[in-house]
Design a protein around this ligand. Sequence first.
Ligand code: ATP
Length: 599
Amino acid sequence: MKFKVLADHFRLIESTSSRNDMTELLSKLFAETSADEIGAVMYMLQGKVTPPYEKADFGLGEKMIIRAVVRALQIDEETFQESLKKTGDIGSSAEMFMEKKGMKGTQDMSVMDVFEKLVSITKMSGDGSQDRKLEILSELVKALDPLSCRYLVRIPAQTLRLGFSDMTILDAMSWLLAGNKSLRKDIEKAYHVRPDLGYIAEMLKKHGISKMASIVPHIGTPILMMKAQRLPTPEDIFNKLQTGRIEPKYDGLRLQIHYEKKGKEAVVKLFSRGLDDVTYMYPDIVEGVIKECHADSAILEGEALGFDSYSRTFLPFQETVQRKRKHDIAEKAQEIPLKMFIFELLYVNGESLLKTPLTDRSKKMLKVIKPSGDIFNDTLLLSPQVEMITADDVNRVFEDSISKGLEGIMVKKLDGTYEPGARGWNWIKFKRSYSAKIDDTLDCVVMGYDRGKGKRSDFGIGAFLVGVYDAQEDSYKTVAKIGTGLSDEDWRMLHTLCTHIATDHKPALYDVDKLMSVDVWVKPAIVVEIKADEITRSTMHTAGRSMKASVSGKASVVDIQGYALRFPRLKRFVDDKKPEDATTVEEVAEMSSIQLKSV
Ligand code: ATP
């Protein structure tokens, strides 16, 4: 495929505001793409040259990209900057100047040619590499036509966001194969095991849907982490599971460890819940894994906690979280060393354990992680486990955990498998809060903001609209507009984050009542933890509104009451979750019913 054909697809996708049209356009693009190209196309659609969890830095700041563009266009930088002030987008400005100058591109490059050049930029380092990178980008701009350049430069500038989610892509793949959404679930399951859209698409193109069921974990590719359901009482938990294992629920940093011996070396990677590679942040865990993991290869999961060696106690989340940083890592590691409670073994020595029952996974885990019992020596620990025989056991372990300052407990089904990405009933969490009012928080996506009046207008933002994820419809639905409870610093931070992802139209994946419209829409990217006093019903919010197809085939609203948050306030910015990992509408409904039961 020629890159200019791909650019034309990008243009069509970018200009639609309907999710259905977007799905159709994507599936048309996939149909025209060959199996050998589809991986590259997938990554470029996401504005990348690798899957998102792999670090591939272009190492070109905005200034350098502008320099490459003006060199190719042979215009002076000031003139370009003037236009950039108006468009706010290097790609659109480059396109405009090329059109003005009648530049049509000197070569008809293929998708793979452009992709390989971009990849080569990410691989350059050392002396003179900046100049070489600039040269390659500049040559690319000269070679391509104006529309292609609009999209090309947005890739190293990291501003290519075409407005669809990974789920839209999975739907489009199903459309490609079946002409409808019926295969999405099967494709999604495979994607949860191996969230590399390039790989999944290539497999689908080459082998069809039959290959999806046999996709297994791959060392170096994070598996989407399993999540826990919640129930309001120990009795409910016992009745639901009958048999189970109770573990303390630690409030730290969830990490997935990928470990592989390569000759005398061992390679360790650590991933966050949002699938980011965070290996560099936790050198003490990496060292611990190399020493304490008894396998040739393994994928493990657990919760890392700060440890105070004087009092021999684990630190609360607020202190542990200080280890999540990009600078001064070694110093902070000295100050707050981490220990990690391992609770899952998902893969060992080439064998996937995802479908193995919990008890068998655990038996194998005991062969891989064997703590010496000396807390000062061990980095990897195993959490205590109590078998659930009666509902009383749940209560007892819960009270015990609370008295130790823990968040609560997790009860896990003994024969439960590990379900990547799912919030199923194999894990049930129980926190102190459930016995009182809603004290659990919601992870919401920032959808837009109002500019604000008075003092707030200094921050550029006076209130912001948040929503939760509707996994059935792959859309975001509102639950609150928040205007209080933020520090000046929070407002500034939120405004800065929003500025980078502002968009001139309501994103296709948003479902918002017109009463909740905002001055500025932002693309789904920022996740915030929101605390509220209560979940109420409201006609202004869309989360939980039920829709029904009418005779004409159009959706009509059946229950106009959505869920809304009473006294919502920002608790923190959540940087290890993607928008699709936000709280779902289904969960809000559950939280609301738990709240009703406990009144
Ligand atoms: P919460 O805010 O309650 O942690 P969440 O949506 O962030 O909710 P859940 O999937 O609902 O996450 O709860 C599971 C989380 O609990 C895991 O992400 C993990 O970080 C943490 N956790 C602590 N102890 C355990 C344990 N023993 N087993 C599994 N997960 C645990």
